[in-house]
Design a binder for this molecule. Structure first.
Ligand code: CS2
Ligand code: MG
Length: 405
C-alpha cells in the first residue's frame, strides 16, 4: 500500500534572501522537501502551491510521481510559465525526496545510479577591472574551483548587474518596493570584454575553465561579434548572449563563431527549448531543476539533449535554495550528458535554515549518500527570517529605454 500525501505546507523564509520551501508529509510521517523559489516573484508561487495545488494533492499516492507531474501539467488548462513550472518542480522534488527516504536510498540511485564519480562545478568571480577580476578568480581557484564565471565592469558605468564594486552585492535583490535602476552601454561592454577576458586568460593559463555570462543584453549581430572576438580566450561557454525568446536567431550567432554557447536559465519546459537542442543552436542547456518542473522534467530535457550531443549545465544561483542544488546534483550524477553544475554559493544565514549533505572537493561536487535529496530544513530557523519584499534591478539604455538584462 502506497503512502498517501497527508499534508502540503508552504514555508517562505528570508535568511538574507527569499526562499519558498514546499513540505509534503505522508500518512507514514515521511517528509519531503521541495524548492519553489522564483526570485522577485516568490509569493506568486507560494500562493499557487498553497491555494491551488496543495488541496488537490492530499490523499494521492506519494509514489506516483510521474502521474502527479502529468496531473499538475496536463490537468491545468494554463500550462507552462515560470510560476506554474516552479510549483510543479517543487512538488516533484518533494516526491522524489519522499521516495528516496521511504526506500532508504539517495535519489540518484532511483535514477539509474551513478554514471560518474563527481560533478564538475563552476562558481562566480567578479572584478570591476582586470586586476580585481584576477584577484577574484585566483581566490576561487584557491578554494579548489577548476571552472570560474568571470564578470567585469564597463568603463563609464556606475554599476553592472553581476559585478562587484566595493562591498556591494553583485546580484542584488534589493529590499523594499520596486527595483533599483541601472544604466547599460552595449558598445562600451563590447569594447571591454575581449580586452579583459584575453588578459584574464593570459594570467590564469590554459587549464582553468573560464565562462562568461552576457545576461541576454545583446542582439544577434553584437552577440556574434562578441563570441568571435572571444575565440582566443577559449571559453568553456558564453552564456545568454541574446534574449531567450529569440531562439532561431541564435543561428546567426552560431554562423559567426565556434565559441560554445549556453542558454536556458529562464526556460521552464522542454517545449521552450526543443528546437534549440534539435537544431543544435546551443552546446549547453541551462534549465534549472526547480524552474523546469523538477527532476522528472529535467531528465526528459537531458535525455532529448543527449541525442543531439547537447550537454546540461544547470543554473545554480543563490536565488534557488540548496534543495535545488542537491536535486540537480542527483540528476547530474546519474545523467551521462550532464557537464557542469553552477554553484554560486550562499550567505552564512542560509545554512541555519538548510542543512545540505552535498559536498564540494577539489573543484567537484557530489550529492552525498543520504536517503532522498539529502537536505533538511529547520522550520524554527526558517521562522526567524520572515519574507521581505525584494526586487532584482532593471537596466535602461543611456537614453532611458528599458533594456534586456
Ligand atoms: C545568473 C543568475 O547565475 C547566473 O547565470 O544569470 O544568477 C541570474 O541573474 C539570477 O538567477 C536571477 O534571479
Ligand atoms: Mg546566467
Amino acid at each position: 500500500m502506497s503512502q498517501l500525501i497527508d499534508a502540503v505546507d508552504v514555508i517562505v523564509t528570508s535568511p538574507s534572501r527569499n526562499y519558498v520551501v514546499l513540505k509534503i508529509t505522508t500518512s507514514d510521517g515521511v517528509v519531503g522537501w521541495g524548492d519553489a523559489t522564483l526570485n522577485g516573484r516568490e509569493l506568486a508561487v507560494a500562493s499557487y502551491l498553497r491555494d491551488h495545488v496543495g488541496p488537490t494533492l492530499v490523499g494521492k499516492a506519494a509514489d506516483r510521481i510521474e502521474d502527479i507531474w502529468q496531473y499538475l501539467y496536463r490537468g491545468v488548462y494554463w500550462r507552462r510559465g515560470p510560476v506554474t513550472m516552479a510549483a510543479i518542480g517543487a512538488v516533484d522534488l518533494a516526491l522524489w525526496d519522499i521516495l528516496g527516504k521511504t526506500l532508504g536510498v539517495p535519489v540518484h540511485r532511483l535514477l539509474g545510479g551513478a554514471v560518474r564519480d563527481r560533478i564538475l562545478s563552476y562558481t562566480h568571480a567578479t572584478g570591476w577591472d582586470l586586476p580585481e577580476l584576477i584577484d577574484s578568480v585566483e581566490a576561487r581557484r584557491d578554494q579548489g574551483f577548476r571552472a570560474v564565471r568571470a564578470q567585469f565592469g564597463v568603463p563609464g558605468l556606475d554599476k553592472v548587474y553581476g559585478v562587484t564594486r566595493g562591498a556591494a552585492s553583485y546580484e542584488p535583490a534589493g529590499r523594499g518596493v520596486g527595483p533599483a535602476e541601472e544604466t547599460w552601454d552595449t558598445p562600451a561592454y563590447l569594447r571591454q570584454a575581449p580586452t579583459i577576458l584575453t588578459g584574464l586568460r593570459e594570467h590564469v593559463g590554459p587549464d582553468l575553465h573560464l565562462l562568461h555570462d552576457a545576461h541576454h543584453r545583446l542582439n544577434p549581430t553584437e552577440a556574434g561579434r562578441l563570441a568571435r572576438s572571444l575565440e582566443p580566450v577559449d571559453l568553456y561557454w558564453l552564456e545568454d548572449v541574446i534574449p531567450a525568446e529569440n531562439q532561431h536567431l541564435l543561428r546567426a550567432v552560431r554562423d559567426k563563431t565556434t565559441t560554445p554557447l549556453a542558454i536556458g536559465e529562464v526556460f521552464n519546459t522542454i517545449w521552450d527549448c526543443h528546437e534549440l537542442i534539435s537544431e543544435r543552436l546551443v552546446d549547453y542547456i541551462r534549465t534549472a531543476v526547480s524552474h523546469v518542473g523538477g527532476i522528472s522534467h529535467l531528465r526528459k530535457i537531458l535525455a532529448f539533449a543527449e541525442v543531439y550531443q547537447v550537454k546540461g549545465g544547470p543554473h545554480g544561483p543563490s536565488d534557488v535554495s540548496p534543495i535545488s542544488i542537491a536535486a540537480s546534483l542527483h540528476v547530474g550524477l546519474a545523467t551521462t550528458n550532464f557537464a557542469i553544475q553552477e554553484l554560486m554559493g550562499y550567505g552564512p544565514l542560509v545554512s541555519e535554515v538548510f542543512q545540505a549533505s552535498y559536498r564540494f572537493d577539489d573543484g567537484y561536487l557530489h550529492p552525498g549518500d543520504a536517503p532522498g535529496l539529502g537536505v533538511t530544513v529547520d522550520e524554527q530557523a526558517a521562522a526567524r527570517f520572515p519574507y521581505e519584499q525584494a526586487y532584482l534591478p532593471i537596466a535602461r539604455d543611456r537614453d532611458g529605454t528599458m533594456k534586456d538584462w
